[in-house]
Design a binder for this molecule. Structure first.
Ligand SMILES: [Zn+2]
Length: 150
């Protein structure tokens, strides 16, 4: 999903949840919008280029939807760890809860967008280190770096 759409949707959601979270709703916005920073991390590691501008235009120009790239913050393992951290942390904090809610909201938006727009549907390999590793092992291509590459 395009960054500008995530930005607008995140802003609206932060505004809607403001009566519940107060100023902590900014963390919902941060979680929902900045989760896509893993695309930038992927760009840095594969292209060896730190330019945020280049990374942004690279993702705009190239349709990476058919590629089997794994983005760390978009994996089921990350969501589960985050959820466990929120549920079992001895210290409840509204900011952490709002941040986690923002991330889950972002993921739901991404999944709906992919389901609607891509003919191959949602690829579980893109959303789990485990299923990605199984896939690569079957193809006899399982290495650490292949986990993040096409
Ligand atoms: Zn995303």
């Amino acid at each position: 999903m395009h960054l500008s759409r995530h930005f607008i949707i995140s802003l609206i959601l932060a505004a809607i949840t403001y009566p519940f979270f107060g100023w902590h709703s900014i963390f919902l916005f941060v979680g929902s919008f900045f989760i896509d920073s893993d695309h930038y991390l992927w760009y840095i590691f594969t292209k060896k280029d730190f330019s945020l501008k280049n990374a942004y235009y690279f993702h705009l120009k190239n349709d990476l939807s058919g590629k089997k790239i794994i983005d760390v913050f978009h994996t089921a393992e990350f969501w589960i760890l985050l959820l466990l951290a929120v549920l079992f942390s001895p210290y409840y904090h509204t900011a952490i809860f709002a941040f986690t809610l923002g991330i889950y909201f972002h993921i739901i938006c991404d999944l709906i967008y992919e389901y609607i727009h891509y003919k191959h549907g949602i690829d579980a390999r893109l959303y789990s280190f485990y299923s990605r590793a199984l896939y690569l092992k079957r193809k006899k291509r399982l290495t650490f770096w292949n986990m993040f590459k096409d």
